[in-house]
Ligand binder design. Sequence first.
Ligand code: C5P
Length: 242
Amino acid sequence: MSLSAIDRLCFALDYPDLDSALPIARRLAAEVGVLKIGLELFLREGPRAVAELARLGPRLFLDLKLHDIPATVAGAVRSVGALGVDFLTVHAGGGKAMLEAAAHAASEVSASRPLTLLGVTVLTSMDDAELHGVGVGDGAASQVARLGRLAIDSGLGGLVCSVEEVAALRGALGAAPVLVTPGVRPAGAAVGDQRRVGTPATAIESGSSILVVGRPIRQAPDPVAAARAIRVEIGEALGSRS
Ligand code: C5P
């Protein structure tokens, strides 16, 4: 997939309601290629958030991180399909039957606006110690490789992983999967609750398709300038990758 620098920048609209999300989304619509609607916004505003943001132009990513039994997740994917978004997340840890049911439901969504399912491997806020606490003893790199392979073999179109794992996944899975990396931090930016982070240039050089950026843009004194600077860094890294 040949994506431009703007196509590769996704802004996480982590706001409590549309009154706060829409003004910043409008300002950033010319700087980013994807807007991500997360749980905070969707649980308050519902489908209205999708309808309002769809007018702005960027592609839409509904980050619901579905994780339930196969029939329930398939039904949820069908409901999201009717909304008309471009990307939807499901937890790869839900297992093969759940992932296959989700992929089948997504394949039946309107061909005019295909829905790409992204499997969340390991949250970028988790490190090896946290994984140990939930029974995963062999660390993030192994767990991401295992779940990434499972999700792609089950028919998903892409994965969410950290910048630290994206090169290994790209090497193992080839050029086709859409690899989405949150936990992106320009050099010197605050890390916050993220644990596995990387710069925009490293993400691109490592084979990331789309970079999700929230706080480094949202909390910047000038969010438009911050987004533009990240886009320029992505463009430069693409130039040196090709
Ligand atoms: O503010 P920040 O740049 O850390 O935002 C990252 C965004 O990416 C958040 O909306 C978060 O929900 C999302 N995300 C993540 N790790 C994942 C999947 C999604 O941080 N594995």
